[in-house]
Design a binder for this molecule. Structure first.
Ligand code: GDG
Length: 512
């Protein structure tokens, strides 16, 4: 990186992701209010002191006029963010269409939407064209801001076409690409009409990263079986050019959670929750309301557990935080009403006026609730359809006895990590789907389940609730050690230094 005035210069890192880590609200013709949202990726990169990160992405708002665009660009620059402007029509085709209706379900083994099974359908083609166009727009913005020596780190399934666009722009650019979702079996990927273009483009990157070794293996298989290339222990080789492919399991900023537990706000919330849930064991679910999270399966397993274990009926409560997502998509609306129906039924069956306390967490969107559940104010299951603030979330993690993660597929699942980080006092049990990437890292301490097997999950709930303190302690120790040593900062540092090394090695190979 060189030195300036005796101090080492920090390498610039251009982080390119679909969304910028800010929410922008227009206050006037040329004024914007920005809120920085410290998600996992932001926190991870803030902790990496060797790099100076800049963000490139869509600000999540439609800004049709030049005055507005100029003002927003200026405001974002103060937060080291660079916007890519997308209009509503293209967002519809690229984001709602190709990304969320095609790639997201496919990568989570839910298959392609029926009407898009044939590549000849107009919607598929126009959505793919929009996807390519948006990726090119991202590449143009990166190209404009790129300086020699920068590292460009592209994120996720929204930007699979980006590595190729970037290398066409400048073949010397150091480009890494990381996928936050699973990469499915090559037999699933081969159903995608644009399977070849996407694989070829990702291979243009110098380093390709996944959460788990299995996803990396699936990707290499797709390249060998679909493109006929050679898979090597390092990655994929095409006419002497090697693309490194490896697993980089993400982590969390565990210190942030551990520190938060000491704060007076969290302590106050913990006190409140303990009073609310007095005499009950707390089981917790925290998920976006997404098909992949297996919320209906979780609720059905909980229902089976209550059916089979009458003694527990009045001694256990399940707060399920279900944050709405992609609410304009019909499948997601259907999922929301399905979840509410199941919640209503369970509460109708097992709620009792005398034994379950009324509390403020009891928020069920009325339009989805059947009448029986609406009048039944005593709930053993609470479905909370809105985002909790960070401190409340930490408090909830801390008072939980058993966390239930039943994803049908999940790239990693950070909720399981966050729960473990907040459990050093209580040593609660984690029930974790074997289809979440986290099962590979927290499998030794968690009870692993197949979320499709309701009976299996119901037994796991009984096992967790009846577990001896010694066994809980032993399992928690294993997971806590992992979560506090494999942090988000370590993940980001490892990926970026691996990318730097990969490029140096490739240069040496070319010289030989
Ligand atoms: C994708 C992949 C992969 C949730 N509810 C509230 C809230 N959250 C926060 C959690 C956690 C995050 O949202 C969810 O992260 P996950 O990893 O569990 O799931 P996805 O959103 O699907 O993330 C996933 C991840 O990318 C990283 O690569 O692990 O597999 O699908 O941080 O805490 N936060 C607050 N209130 C809530 O109500 N404050």
């Amino acid at each position: 990186c060189g030195k300036q005035d005796g101090k080492p210069l920090r390498q610039r890192l251009l982080v390119v992701a679909n969304r910028l880590p800010v929410s922008a609200i227009r206050k006037g013709e040329d004024s914007w209010a920005l809120e920085f949202s410290a998600g996992g990726l932001v926190t991870a990169l803030l902790g990496v002191k060797e790099f100076e990160a800049r963000w490139i992405g869509w600000a999540g708002v439609n800004v049709p006029d030049e005055v507005g665009q100029r003002a927003l660009t200026k405001a974002l620059a103060e937060k080291r963010c660079i916007p890519v402007f997308l209009d509503e029509e293209i967002v519809q085709q690229y984001y709602n269409g190709y990304c969320n209706n095609i790639l997201w379900p496919l990568f989570h083994y839910l298959g392609l939407p029926q009407e898009d099974r044939l590549a000849t359908t107009r919607s598929f083609q126009s959505q793919f064209a929009a996807y390519m166009k948006v990726n090119q727009m991202f590449a143009d913005v990166v190209g404009k801001h790129y300086e020699e020596g920068d590292v460009v780190w592209c994120h996720d399934y929204h930007l699979m076409f980006l590595p190729e666009c970037l290398k066409k722009h400048n073949s010397e650019m150091k480009v890494g690409w990381f996928l936050h979702t699973p990469f499915p079996s090559s037999e699933i990927h081969r159903t995608l009409p644009s399977r070849t273009e996407l694989l070829r483009s990702v291979l243009a990157a110098d380093l390709v990263g996944f959460h788990t070794y299995d996803y990396a293996r699936h990707f290499v298989s797709a390249c060998t079986r679909i493109l006929g290339l050679e898979g090597t222990p390092e990655g994929v080789e095409d006419q002497g050019k090697l693309t490194r492919v490896a697993a980089f399991p993400i982590g969390i900023d565990s210190d942030r959670f551990i520190r938060a537990l000491e704060s007076p706000q969290v302590q106050d919330h913990i006190k409140e929750l303990k009073e609310t849930f007095a005499d009950r064991k707390v089981m917790l679910g925290v998920d976006r309301l997404d098909m992949i999270k297996g919320i209906p399966q979780k609720l059905l397993a909980f229902e089976k557990f209550l059916e089979e274990n009458p003694d527990w009926r009045e001694k256990v409560v399940l707060p399920q935080i279900a944050v709405p997502t992609r609410t304009d998509v019909p499948e997601y609306q259907k999922l929301t009403s399905q979840v509410h129906e199941i919640v209503g039924r369970i509460n109708g069956r097992f709620g009792s006026l005398t034994t379950v306390p009324i509390h403020h967490l009891c928020v069920v969107a009325p339009k989805f609730v059947n009448e029986a559940a609406e009048t039944d104010v005593m709930r053993s299951t609470i479905c909370l359809d809105r985002s909790l603030d960070f401190h409340k979330l930490c408090a909830l993690y801390a008072v939980t006895d058993v966390a239930l993660v039943t994803s049908l597929r999940d790239g990693m699942n950070l909720v399981s990590y966050e729960f473990v980080a907040c459990q050093d006092a209580k040593k609660g049990v984690l029930i974790l789907s074997e289809f979440a990437g986290a099962a590979q890292s927290l499998g030794a301490g968690a009870i692993l389940v197949n979320p499709w097997n309701i009976t299996d999950v119901a037994s796991a709930i009984a096992q967790a609730l009846n577990m001896s303190p010694e066994e809980r302690e032993k399992r928690h120790r294993l997971n806590f050690k992992h979560v506090t040593t494999h942090t988000a900062q370590e993940w980001a540092e490892t990926f970026v230094s691996e990318l730097n090394d990969t490029v140096v090695e490739a240069q040496l190979r070319t010289k030989q």
